[in-house]
Structures are given as C-alpha cells and as structure tokens.
Design a protein around this ligand. Structure first.
Ligand code: PGA
Length: 244
C-alpha cells in the first residue's frame, strides 16, 4: 500500500487583500495534481470566493479558517460551514489555538463545528497543541490526548479529516519542538485516533519554513504541515511544498 500523500495547508489568518491573490496564482501555477503533496490555501473569508476563481482548474484546494456550528441564524459576524462550501471551500481549519485562546473555544465546541463541517461536505482540519506552561509542566501528552478525544466527534470516523498538532508556543515564534518531541506527540495522536482515524493525516504546524520543512515532513506519522506566516509568499510556500 502506498503512503497517503501529505497535505500542506497554508493558513493566511487575517492577512490578505485582493493584491495577495497574485501569490495564490503563483502557487496554483506551480502545483501539479501529480506532485507528492496535496496542497491547500485557507484565506480569510473575504477572499475565499475570489481565490476560488484563481485556483479553479488547479490542483490547489481551498479552505476556510473557522466556521460556526449552527447552520444559519442570528450570529452577527460569523460564517457557517454551508456558506464556506457555497463560496467554494472544500476544507476548513477548526479549533486553531488563536480561536481556542482568543474566543474561549472548547473541545466540545470544536467537535460541534467539525460535525457541521462534515455535514456541509467540508474536510475538517482539527488543531490541537499545548501551551508553553503545559509543556514545561510535563502535561503535553495529557493535554493533547484530551483535546483530540474531545474535539473529534464520532461522526468523523472513517471520513476525510485531518489533525494538526500545533504547539501554541511554536506558532509565529520561530521556535519549534525537537524532532523527538514532534514524533512523540504524533505517535500519541495516532494511537488516540485508533481505527476511526487510521487514515487521517496528522499535520505539524508552528514555525514551519523552507529551512525546516523537509526534516519535519520526513518524520514518522507527520502527514503534512499547517503553515502560517510562510504561506503568505508563494516562493516560501512552494519551497515548503517541495520539501514534502
Ligand atoms: P506559523 O503559524 O507557521 O506562522 O507559526 C502556524 C499556524 O498558526 O497555523
């Protein structure tokens, strides 16, 4: 059985105006369906539809960065999973630490969002990861195990979803765990997912850049990367993709 293709997803966060679509255009032109890695870009909601037009016919998938668990209603400022799908997205990042920390998102809420995403035909990328205090307190494995168990509803079993291990202290800081630490956490996540998530890729995220991508992507049970800052420029993002 050949190994599944790694998924390299770019998370633009709250970055990007129309001019940034040139970067997506350059990524779309360079990525081929026959490449070793699957590639996705997750722009802010305002750019999803326009980026979809840029990526049309290319091998690059399109994703959102969050969605509401409810299908519709009086939730000012939010978008639903169906809205993301309607705008052209095929996947969605959920439970990013910036949402867990900034908006108090719980594991149960992330699980409800994942269920909504799946119901709308979106592939969820569910993020987990420990804070620096949790790492220093020796709690990493317990924290990550609880997050994976709590954020993956039973309905995900056997579906096309992904987990992203993103240590909070490694996001946007230039710091990364040791390779041994990454392997340890990914092995734990694989065990926790069990049969239900046997095919789910486990991405690493947190200061992935061209200079460290290939060694991280070569580790056991690292099935791709979730890339923030280095996904904003096509040249950097393509260099990371080339490391897969
Ligand atoms: P970073 O962000 O690559 O800028 O560290 C990763 C993420 O938050 O998904």
């Amino acid at each position: 059985m050949s190994a599944p293709r790694p998924l390299i997803a770019g998370n633009w966060k709250m970055n990007g105006l129309a001019a940034a679509l040139e970067e997506a255009k350059a990524v779309a032109a360079a990525v081929k369906a026959s490449d070793p890695a699957r590639v996705a870009l997750c722009p802010p909601a305002t750019l999803i539809e326009r980026m979809g037009r840029v990526l049309a016919g290319s091998a690059v998938e399109l994703g959102g960065q969050d969605c509401r668990a409810e299908a519709a209603g009086a939730y000012t400022g939010d978008v639903s999973a169906a809205m993301l799908a309607d705008a052209g997205a095929s996947l969605v990042i959920l439970g990013h630490s910036e949402r867990r920390a900034g908006y108090g998102e719980s594991d149960a809420l992330v699980a409800a969002k994942a269920e909504a995403a799946l119901g709308a035909g979106l592939k969820p990328i569910i993020c987990v990861g420990e804070t620096l205090a949790e790492r220093e307190g020796g709690k990493t494995l317990a924290v990550v195990e609880a997050q994976v168990r709590g954020s993956t509803p039973a309905v995900l079993a056997g579906t096309d979803f992904a987990i992203a291990y993103e240590p909070v202290w490694a996001i946007g800081t230039g710091l990364t765990p040791t390779l041994e630490q990454i392997v340890e956490v990914h092995a734990l996540i694989r065990r926790v997912l069990g049969e239900a998530g046997a095919k789910a890729p486990i991405l690493y995220g947190g200061s992935v850049k061209p200079s460290n991508a290939s060694e991280i992507l070569g580790l056991p049970e690292v099935g791709g990367a979730l890339v923030g800052g280095a996904s904003l420029k096509a040249a950097d993002f393509l260099a990371i993709i080339a490391g897969a």
